[in-house]
Design a protein around this ligand. Structure first.
Ligand code: SAM
Length: 247
């Protein structure tokens, strides 16, 4: 396994981000200030959140209006979910398996005056959401590094970095398209730190199709990392009406 894909390097990055002396409690990104709680994935310590926003069309450089509804799985600080609401999304659910992230997203929704549009929910993928709730966009900037199946997380923070046996990715591929409103899109932000061959196998096994919408390669922590925005579908949807910015 290459250095870029080593799960141990990712766990080290998790530890470094948690323990850095300069870890901020407030950071600036995309021209706005954001709260950052302990144990929550820190956007200023990685290129990936900024790239995620750019790939979605939510960055300062590439911002477009959004409409409709969005479910963000793995919201972390809530920066993506709150920015989507500020860009015009009318109903946003910001969910995370990490309870600190859920609190963090609620704080940032309040900081930016969008609590009427952003609901922060504690949920393991879709398990904590009403079974009949549907969205125009379902999105996850995932913990795309594959860890051994028997790896046990040592902190909730590590959940942002690695996925043991890609068990969560398998469930996301299987379940995300079923949470879409008519014409909606299920999206996955993945990277070359992850195992694309394993992801494709999972897509085949779960009967899903992956379509690359955008990719960009950026330097991150000494590596060159390709970030990809995939559409996950059941093969019947053909792009549909993307009410978000990914056109
Ligand atoms: C790479 S971080 C992205 C955080 C944030 N969206 C950002 O871009 O800064 C991945 C997020 O997915 C969350 N996560 C991991 N496994 C999850 C699961 N099974 N259900 C929900 N969220 C999960 C992590 O806690 C983490 O917040």
């Amino acid at each position: 396994m290459s250095a870029v894909r080593s799960y141990r390097s990712s766990l080290q990055r998790s530890w470094d981000s948690l323990t850095r002396e300069d870890r901020p409690s407030v950071f600036t990104m995309n021209g706005r200030e954001w709260d950052l709680l302990d144990q929550v994935f820190a956007p200023p310590h990685t290129a990936s959140t900024g790239v995620a926003m750019d790939l979605l069309g939510l960055s300062e450089a590439r911002s477009r209006p959004w409409t409709g509804s969005m479910l963000e799985i793995g919201c972390g600080t809530g920066i993506i979910a709150v920015t989507a609401a500020l860009a015009g999304c009318e109903r946003v659910v910001a969910s995370d398996v990490n309870p600190y992230a859920v609190r963090n997203a609620a704080l940032n929704a309040a900081r930016h005056g969008v609590t009427d549009r952003v609901r922060a929910v504690h949920s393991d993928l879709f398990a904590g959401l009403p079974a009949d709730e549907r969205f125009d966009t379902v999105y996850w900037h995932s913990n795309f590094v594959l860890a051994p199946q028997d790896y046990r997380y040592r902190s909730v923070h590590e959940r942002a970095y690695v996925d043991p046996g890609y068990a969560a990715h398998r469930r996301y591929l299987a379940q995300a398209p079923d949470r879409l409103a008519e014409g909606g899109r299920a999206l996955l932000h993945f990277s070359s730190r992850g195992d694309s061959t394993a992801l494709r196998s999972l897509a085949r096994e779960t009967g899903r199709e992956l379509r690359l919408l955008r990719s960009v390669t950026v330097p991150d922590a000494g590596d060159l990392v390709e970030h990809m925005l995939w559409e996950v579908s059941d093969g019947r949807t053909s792009g549909g009406v993307a009410r978000g910015a990914v056109e």
